[in-house]
Design a protein around this ligand. Structure first.
Ligand SMILES: Cc1ncc(COP(=O)(O)O)c(C=O)c1O
Length: 416
């Protein structure tokens, strides 16, 4: 029985690999690693521990990971122009937990983006932040729902004196007002934490905003969304050494013990690829998202934030209420091998959580497979045929995807 189940699992893994090569993946929080980095999965590091820091481990046998970990930290400091990098959190949520556990105490007031406003669950009462305080205030949003209302926010900062404000979110079309809020935060003793989980690759590529230069105290992030790394988390900062010690303890032993050395080694390789190709990739991602937004609009979809050019990130948000809502539309597309998520839009009440009006589209993965403006037009056309014309498009999707199986912006074809 166990052997049958074991074989069945192997079969399901292979099926997943084959199926994903036939799909157009538009999930905004995912990406792919290059072939050569993927081939490193399953290295001996997958079995090992290395608690502590390079050269100061609680374990023996760590010479090679010491070298790799030191190098990736050095490269990330170059890429993000910062003095401190914490690479041990194994996800963005772990990174946030490491930060919140050290900078938020019971009763502290914290401001963050609401769920309909795009905020992530780790910034909420029921998520990581909620373990440390329940005093969480939502940022007031402007009418369009995609920008923070600066005047109201400044008033709230003065009147409620938050200890930290958490900028950055999951539905993330436009840069956050880090610079605009940095003076008022400083005057009122609030620190800005910027969650770059979604936009890390765009920041690294220089196409979005530069939160550390604009006044953020620290940046936390996942490494596998627009940053095309292995699935992990990081924390970056230029803070003073004493404050950084707190982050160090927050990451270990606070939010992790084993820091998954195999994916850390992969992250080191991805970071090299990013240093080489990241600027071009990030530029192409944003252009592709804008092209896709405009094409969907032309085909008759209700694309959000039209008056602001749809997006400045990798994401496009579409209100599909008239087409039956986000759940129905995303399920129909999945049956046709286009994979994306339903998503609440900023004007929706929390009660719409399971049946939101929106879908969220991310173009970063298809960009990495080499798709450009022409392919974005084609994807918009396929979505239109499927959702507006009720056609079955699966064969066309599979056929189309066959031409885009190699991962670009990578060292896959390089020998020196
Ligand atoms: C804004 C934001 N922060 C944190 C996370 C959590 O990242 P992870 O899934 O790596 O834990 C996400 C995930 O989507 C996110 O969107």
């Amino acid at each position: 029985m166990n052997y049958q189940e074991f074989s069945k699992t192997a079969e399901l893994i292979n099926k997943q690999n084959e199926w994903r090569n036939r799909t157009i993946n538009l999930i905004a929080s995912e990406n792919v690693m290059s072939r050569r980095v993927r081939e490193m999965a399953g290295s001996d590091f997958a079995h090992r521990y290395a608690e502590g820091h390079p050269g100061e481990r609680y374990y023996r046998g760590t010479n090679y990971i010491d070298e790799i970990e030191s190098k990736v930290k050095q490269n990330l400091k170059i890429l993000f122009k910062c003095n401190h990098t914490e690479v041990r959190p194994i996800s963005g949520t772990n990174a946030n937990e490491a930060v919140f556990s050290k900078f938020v105490n019971k009763e502290d007031v914290v401001m963050a983006n609401s769920t309909p406003g795009g905020g992530h669950i780790s910034h909420h009462r029921i998520g990581s932040l909620g373990k440390f305080t329940k005093n969480i205030i939502d940022f007031p949003l402007s009418k369009d729902g995609y920008h923070i209302d600066l005047e109201k926010t400044k008033f709230l900062i003065k009147s409620s004196k938050p200890k930290i404000i958490v900028l950055g979110k999951s539905l993330f079309l436009f840069p956050e007002p880090v610079q605009e809020l940095s003076d008022i935060c400083r005057e009122n003793g609030a620190r800005i934490i910027y969650d770059a989980a979604h936009v890390l690759g765009l920041i690294a590529g220089g196409t979005f905003q530069d939160p550390l230069r604009e006044g953020a105290f620290l940046v936390s992030a996942s490494t596998h969304k627009t940053f095309f790394g292995s699935q992990r988390g990081i924390i970056l900062s230029n803070m003073d050494v004493d404050s950084w010690r707190k982050i160090d303890r927050g990451a270990f032993p606070g939010s992790s013990s084993n820091h998954h050395l195999d994916t850390l080694a992969q992250l080191a390789m991805c970071t090299n690829e990013f240093l080489e190709y990241g600027a071009q990739y990030a530029n192409d991602v944003v252009k592709n998202a804008q092209t896709l937004g405009a094409a969907l609009d032309r085909f008759g979809f209700n694309v959000e934030a039209k008056e602001f050019g749809y997006t400045e990130s990798h994401q496009v948000a579409v209100n599909v209420r008239k087409q039956g809502g986000g759940e129905k539309v995303s399920k129909t597309l999945e049956l046709n091998d286009i994979v994306l998520n339903m998503n609440m839009l900023p004007h929706e009440p929390l009660s719409n959580h399971d049946h939101p009006e929106g879908i969220r589209i991310g173009v970063q993965e298809m960009t990495r497979f080499g798709m450009q403006a022409e392919e974005m037009e084609r994807i918009a056309q396929l979505i239109k045929e499927c959702i507006l014309d009720n056609k079955s498009i699966r064969d066309e999707v599979n056929q189309f995807r066959k031409e885009y199986l190699e991962v670009k912006y990578s060292f896959d074809d390089r020998t020196q």
